[in-house]
Ligand binder design. Structure first.
Ligand SMILES: *Cc1c(COP(=O)(O)O)cnc(C)c1O
Length: 417
């Protein structure tokens, strides 16, 4: 199996391992499979979610140096359940049982275990730099904590991350160091960029959501979930996916192209709507982001859009395959309340975008809303709407009761080394 760049198609080929270690293609494009493979004939649901996901990943690692490690990596990385929640005959796929209670745990953990294998074999070390304003840093820190030959430096802006997010960023020791930066998120990002450009520094890398190692697991859980759904109901479902950088949704498109039983894919955005506008006007215009209640989706220039354009290059094929709707903050609040009043089920603001879109735009009787995070992560938004406290799930509880450690530094990247 070979990978190519979204930009220079068919000229340079990379293995999955090379793509994982590089992150970005040398020409600045994103890595995509040369051809999307079919689900292997050996695929089975009888050995658990992690094993089904492993089966879905096998073709991407055919002939790769990680080929014989893949089963062990999947067993270690996907060590938590991937359940459906059924309410009033409608299903929600809960992707939030990983250590930081959001779907990013799947990708971050797969990437960390894969990089560890590759680096140990090469006898090399890497330091991952992450600038974060919230969720990503926690998922990356948790995934890389304790992984050999890897170090993580997490940078977050002083006083600008929510208390529970802060705990997820600072509860680490050993190979993970957290820096509270005297400055804004933009300062943190600038420091990381400057460190990457400093030629006296070696062995620096990132764990961005565009890394192939984060995207592939997101394909794998759709192959698993769609097959589970079909087994249970005898029908292929529509997936409604709360989206920002569209990495999660790209995973679903790859799963569908592999032959997973998926009727169609619908993106649910917040007020940031470059894709909805593209579908309407035919002009793709990336823009600055707007702050919303579903803040992990506050993206005006989706980083994975090149991968969708590689699959659906013109507006006609894009319209044939992609539907997207935008949900306002008022609708997010109303939907969290509506769902809770109906059934007592509590959803996060991102999942609420998905549920609103299902209720307003999906006519098929078989649909799955993808729940991207546990509502307890967004208790300050959700609790006033439902009028009660949300019990903290075990995974979040564990992370919130670690000893916080952060180095307070001025906004100069030299302070990181
Ligand atoms: C990252 C994230 C999203 C958006 O996912 P993309 O892959 O960027 O589209 C949605 N919800 C939550 C909770 C997230 O953390």
């Amino acid at each position: 199996m070979r990978f190519i760049s979204t930009r220079a198609k068919g000229e340079n080929y990379f293995s999955a391992s090379e793509a994982i270690l590089k992150g970005l293609a040398p020409d600045g494009g994103l890595f995509i499979p040369e051809r999307i493979p079919a689900i292997p004939k050996t695929f089975t649901l009888t050995k658990g979610a992690w094993y089904a996901m492993y089966q879905a990943l096998i073709p991407y690692f055919e002939g790769d140096e990680l080929e014989n490690d893949l089963e062990e990596i999947c067993y270690s990385a996907f060590s938590f359940p991937v359940p459906f929640h059924t309410e009033g005959g409608k299903d929600t796929l809960e992707l939030y049982f990983g250590p930081t209670a959001a779907f990013k745990d799947f990708g971050a953990r797969f990437l960390a275990f894969s990089m560890e294998k590759l680096l140990k074999r090469r006898n090399e070390e890497l330091t991952i730099l992450v600038a974060t304003s919230g969720d990503t840093g926690g998922a990356v820190a948790s995934a890389f904590h304790g992984r050999e030959n890897l170090f993580v430096k997490v940078l977050f802006p002083e006083g600008r991350v929510a208390e529970r997010q802060r705990m997820q960023l600072t509860g680490w020791d050993g190979n993970v160091t957290s820096y509270e930066v005297e400055g804004s998120f933009d300062d943190c990002q600038r420091m990381v960029k400057e460190a990457f450009m400093d030629e006296s520094l070696h062995g620096l890398s990132s764990a961005n959501s565009i890394n192939l190692g984060r995207l592939l697991p997101q394909m794998a859980y759709y192959v698993y979930a769609a097959s589970m759904y079909e087994l249970r109901y005898g029908e292929a479902p529509v997936f409604v996916i709360p989206s920002g950088n569209v990495g999660n949704a790209t995973g679903a498109y790859w799963a569908k192209a592999m032959g997973a039983p998926i009727k169609r894919i619908v993106l649910a955005a917040n007020a940031n709507k470059p894709i909805t506008d593209y579908l309407e006007t035919g002009n793709y215009e990336p823009r600055a982001s707007i702050k919303t209640l579903a803040n992990a989706m506050d993206v005006g220039a989706p980083s994975n859009i090149e991968r969708l354009f590689a699959m659906f290059p013109d507006i006609e094929s894009f319209r044939e395959n992609v539907s997207a709707y935008s949900v306002s903050d008022d609708e997010i609040k109303a939907t969290i309340k509506e769902v809770y009043d109906e059934s007592g089920y509590v959803i996060c603001p991102h999942t609420a975008c998905g549920e609103r879109v299902r209720r307003d735009h999906v006519t098929e009787s078989h649909s799955v809303v993808v729940s991207t995070a546990h509502p307890a992560k967004f208790n300050d938004i959700v609790e006033p709407l439902i009028g009660r406290e949300i019990a903290i799930p075990k995974n979040l509880f564990e992370i919130m009761h670690k000893t916080p450690r952060a180095l307070y530094i001025a906004a100069d990247y030299h302070n990181l080394f």
